[in-house]
Every structure is written in structure tokens, then in C-alpha cells.
Design a protein around this ligand. Structure first.
Ligand code: FAD
Length: 499
């Protein structure tokens, strides 16, 4: 395993009593936080800073749901830090100016932060580091958001892994035992710096306030992440391997937004699962499967490192000439859960109301957009980016490309999910659909995934006027499948000739 970058610059040794600045980013937690540990080492007093940087070039602005989450996560971090007497300074503006300014104003000899590895964010880190070093401060960049430095995992032959299984093998081959870092003893630094007000950042929606469903579904912040992790280890992990594909069952962790904002580290997630396995609370197969899923996140960052514009460019260039359709009506129907396919509509409405969607259903809705509707995966990726609380710069584009067929180790182009069969298999009694598409709630399990096959009597009993209360399918599955196969045929030839 590649080790985290460690402190490098030492123009002049910092005074042991000068405070250290810890710059929080996608690591909004106190436990298992290498940067916080580095800052607080040797009893240094600590200054805590978060910068809302919407000015540095190339950074992808957060979507609406992620901004909502960030507000809650920062509030929670303020609360956690205040238990240790450390205020969280909030500043808005370009990090390359703000971090060195705060370090100077607070007299910090050392600045510690967990690096971000996306290209634009890494550039910001470089600029910040250069200015801090020019000011004579010690800089301590650590790795806290991932287990492996993107680009560091190699195959046995020393090459870049191109498939997930090769990546996973390479990653765990030489991995040292994982040990979670405890919250360090924190001493607040004396300073007179004022924080900006979180409310003044307007991260929360007001006109209209569309976040009611998010508030009902989630509590951002480290304590809630810890509680969710513990709850999942007790009640969800056993059975994860076989039941994780069922959106109607509680067998996935729902840790993704907590991992996205670093309220929980991937190491904490994996170590907790291993402990549950060792204690006999979950079978080894479930523990391994969970670890592998967490490693899909690592693999996504590995891909993003190899292709920094993953959200804008096909990993397989053969897809550049793919004949995508432009159809705003179909795109809108998909976005609003009005396609006439209940499992697709349930997923899209779960996303809209709660800011999250079950993984199996994400695959179904993404396949439906790219294959049944032949709409560009980037349109879907943008919608997810804006509506997911876990919208992730690596996992979101990598997963979309995987479904579309243009990605690394991607689903083959001819895998076109049948939304009826997917619904019947993974939501067998229709309870997931009933939750999010209530107008179909009174249909029987036999018909709920294909209401167009219901007789007029069945529909009348269920109180549904098809085409009025709930749409008829916007495309016929068989015809859409044929159309997609024809469109992909051309791309397949390109892939063959390229290979
Ligand atoms: P669990 O099954 O409990 O898995 C534990 C953790 O492993 C997750 O929290 C997540 O961090 C990671 N993980 C699991 N599956 C994957 C995966 N396939 N790829 C990457 N990481 C994974 N995940 C995001 O975190 N952010 C995204 O923006 C995102 N966009 C997606 C878009 C599409 C089209 C698809 C098909 C998948 C996307 N995923 C994304 C991956 C996956 O759907 C979610 O990570 C998962 O549903 C989160 O639920 P969970 O925490 O209960 O997962």
C-alpha cells in the first residue's frame, strides 16, 4: 500500500509551542483524521479552519443536495470541536489566499490537511502549499479521504490495473493492517480571529425550501455517521452479500454521504466490518463483499486520477461518436419519475425526495436513461450531481460510465436491464414501488411492476386511471432494446477495430 504523503517542507523548524492550523475539507470528522492528529501532535494548540472555495478555477461547484448536506456537516463539526473548546473558523474565498492568511494571522508554524486528489483540487493544494512554504511554515499533507493514493495501486506485473478485480487484488496485496486513529487530545489556540456565519453562506434552500424529505431521511455529521455505522454492523451487515440488491430491505449501509463528506473514513468502515466478522456478528462472505464495495469507491478515484475529466469525456473514445438522442421531454419524464416504468419512477422519486437512491435502482435508472432513452450519460450524471447527497466527483461519473458501457471494466453494451424483470426480482412484493409511487400502492404484487397489463377492473379496484394518475410507458421495452442494440452496434465495431 502506498503510504500517505508526509510532511516535507521544513524551511525552519517550527516552534514547538506555535499553534498548528488544521484545514478541514472532505474530512469533516475528529476520529481517524490524520491531519488533525498531525496538527495536535506534541500538544500543539490547534486552530481549525474550513474554506468554502467557489473561486479557484476548475473546482466543480457542489450540487443543491450536497450543499444542504455540507451545511449540516459543518454545523455538526462546529459542535464536535466546541466540546474540545476549539472554534471552527469559516472563511469563504480562494483557498490559496485564505489558508496562508489565516495561518499568518493565527501565528501557526504548521499547517496540516488531508489532501484531495482530484486534479483541480490538487492544484489548489499545490498553490496553498507553495505559499505556506514561502512564508516559512511547515506543511503536513496527509491522506485521509482514501486508503490508497490514486495511481499507486499496481498489478503484480507493475502496470496500472484496468479492471476492478485487478485493482482490488493489487490494493490488498501488500496492505498493512488497518488501524483507526483515535481523536487526539485537542488544545485550543489563543487567537482573536472571527468566523464567518454559516447561515451567511446560504447553503440551505429557502425559496422554495425543497429539503423537507432530506431532513426527514438524514442527519449529517460525525455522530450520526458513527451511529449509522454501528446500526449497520448490528442489523444490516449479516446478509449484505445476498440482500444488498434489494431496495425494499435494510441491508445496505447508507453510509455514502457520510463517506463523501468524510464524516467517516473508509478505514473506519472496513475495520468496523472486520470487527463484526471477527466477533461472529456477520459471516466472512458478507464482510468481504462490504469491503469490496468500499473498494469500488477507491477504484473510482483511481480512474479519476487516470482521467481527470472523467465527468466530461468517455473513458473509451469509441463512444465519442455514439448517436445519443436529444429529447428534453424524455429527460424530464425520467428526472421527475414519470416514465411509466414503476421501478424507474420509484428510484427517481426516492432520489428527489430523499437525496439518495439504492445502488441496484441507480443501475436500473441509469441503464434506462442511456439505453432505453438513448440519452447521454452526462445528462444523467449532471442530474445525480445536483440531487444526490452523496454526489461524488469520482464515484458518480465512474458509475455512469460503467452503466453506459463507455467506462473502465464497464457493463457490456448489450446488457440492457428489463425494468419489469428488475422490479420483479429485486422488489418482489412491490413495497419499494408502493413507498415512492403511492398512486400504484393498491395494485397487486403481480401487476405493480407492469400496470399496463392490468385489466380495467384491476385498475378500477386499485383506483388508477392509467395515462391520467400514472403515465403509460414512454417507450416500449422491446422496441427500445432493439433501438439501443442498433445504436451500440456501430460503437461495438469501433471498439473492435480499436482493440
Ligand atoms: P453500501 O452498499 O452500503 O456500500 C458501502 C460504501 O461503499 C458506500 O457508502 C460507498 O461509499 C461505497 N460503494 C458502494 N458501491 C459503490 C460503487 N458501485 N461505486 C463506488 N462506491 C461504492 N456512490 C457515491 O458515493 N456517490 C455517487 O455520486 C454515486 N453515483 C452513482 C451513480 C450511478 C449511476 C451508480 C450506478 C452508482 C453510483 N454510486 C455512487 C455508487 C453506489 O450506488 C453508492 O455508493 C451506494 O448506493 C451508496 O449506498 P450505501 O452507502 O448504502 O452503499
Amino acid at each position: 500500500m502506498a503510504t500517505a504523503p508526509t510532511s516535507t517542507a521544513t524551511r525552519q523548524p517550527a516552534s514547538p509551542i506555535s499553534p498548528a492550523l488544521v484545514w478541514f475539507r472532505d474530512d469533516l470528522r475528529l476520529a481517524d483524521n490524520p491531519a488533525l492528529c498531525a496538527a495536535a501532535a506534541e500538544g500543539r494548540p490547534v486552530v481549525a479552519l474550513y474554506v468554502l472555495d467557489e473561486d479557484s478555477p476548475g473546482l466543480r461547484p457542489l450540487g443543491g443536495a450536497a450543499r444542504w448536506w455540507l451545511a449540516g456537516a459543518l454545523r455538526a463539526l462546529q459542535d464536535e470541536l466546541s466540546l474540545h473548546g476549539v472554534p471552527l473558523l469559516l472563511r469563504r474565498g480562494p483557498a490559496a489566499r485564505i489558508v496562508p492568511d489565516v495561518a499568518r494571522q493565527a501565528g501557526c508554524g504548521l499547517v496540516a490537511f488531508n489532501i484531495r486528489t482530484e486534479a483541480a483540487a490538487a492544484k489548489v493544494d499545490e498553490a496553498v502549499t507553495a505559499r505556506l512554504r514561502a512564508d516559512g511554515r511547515e506543511v503536513c499533507p496527509t491522506l485521509g479521504h482514501l486508503l490508497h493514493m490514486p495511481g499507486s495501486v499496481r498489478t503484480v506485473a507493475g502496470g496500472m490495473p484496468r479492471t476492478f478485480s485487478a485493482f482490488m487484488r493489487g490494493a490488498v496485496r501488500d496492505r498493512p493492517a488497518l488501524a483507526v486513529l483515535q481523536v487526539p487530545l485537542l488544545r485550543p489556540a489563543a487567537h482573536a480571529l472571527a468566523s464567518e456565519a454559516l447561515d451567511a453562506w446560504h447553503l440551505l434552500p429557502t425559496a422554495p425550501d425543497w429539503a423537507g424529505g432530506l431532513r426527514a431521511a438524514w442527519t449529517p455529521g460525525e455522530p450520526a455517521a458513527r451511529a449509522r455505522l454501528e446500526g449497520f454492523m448490528e442489523d444490516g451487515l449479516a446478509g449484505y452479500g445476498t440482500k444488498r440488491d434489494r431496495p425494499d430491505l435494510p441491508h445496505v449501509s447508507r453510509l455514502s454521504p457520510h463517506l463523501r463528506f468524510g464524516e467517516l473514513s473508509p478505514r473506519q468502515a472496513i475495520v468496523a466490518a472486520a470487527s463484526a466478522g471477527a466477533a461472529g456478528d456477520a459471516p466472512a462472505g458478507d464482510v468481504r463483499k462490504f469491503e469490496a464495495e468500499v473498494y469500488w469507491r477507491e477504484f473510482s478515484y483511481h480512474l479519476l486520477h487516470a482521467m481527470p475529466d472523467l465527468s466530461r469525456r468517455n473513458l473509451q473514445s469509441a463512444f465519442d461518436a455514439f448517436p445519443w438522442r436529444e429529447c428534453s421531454g424524455d429527460l424530464k419524464a425520467w428526472q421527475h419519475g414519470r416514465t411509466g416504468y414503476p421501478i424507474v419512477d420509484a428510484g427517481m422519486r426516492q432520489l428527489w425526495t430523499t437525496g439518495w437512491m439504492h445502488n441496484r435502482v441507480r443501475m436500473v435508472v441509469a441503464s434506462f436513461l442511456c439505453k432505453h432513452l438513448l440519452i447521454h450519460w452526462q445528462d444523467g450524471e449532471h442530474w445525480f450531481w445536483d440531487t444526490l447527497v452523496d454526489a461524488d466527483p469520482a464515484s458518480n461519473p465512474a458509475s455512469w460510465q460503467w452503466v453506459a458501457g463507455s467506462g473502465a471494466d464497464a457493463a457490456p453494451y448489450f446488457r440492457i436491464f428489463n425494468p419489469v424483470l428488475q422490479g420483479e426480482k429485486f422488489d418482489p412484493d412491490g413495497s419499494y414501488v408502493r413507498t415512492y409511487v403511492p398512486e400504484l400502492a393498491r395494485l397487486s404484487a403481480r401487476l405493480i411492476h407492469k400496470p399496463w397489463e392490468a385489466s380495467s377492473l384491476d385498475l378500477a379496484h386499485a383506483g388508477i386511471r392509467l395515462g391520467v394518475d400514472y403515465p403509460r410507458p414512454i417507450v416500449d421495452h422491446a422496441a427500445a432494446r432493439e433501438r439501443a442494440l442498433r445504436a451500440f452496434e456501430h460503437t461495438r465495431k469501433e471498439i473492435r477495430s480499436a482493440g
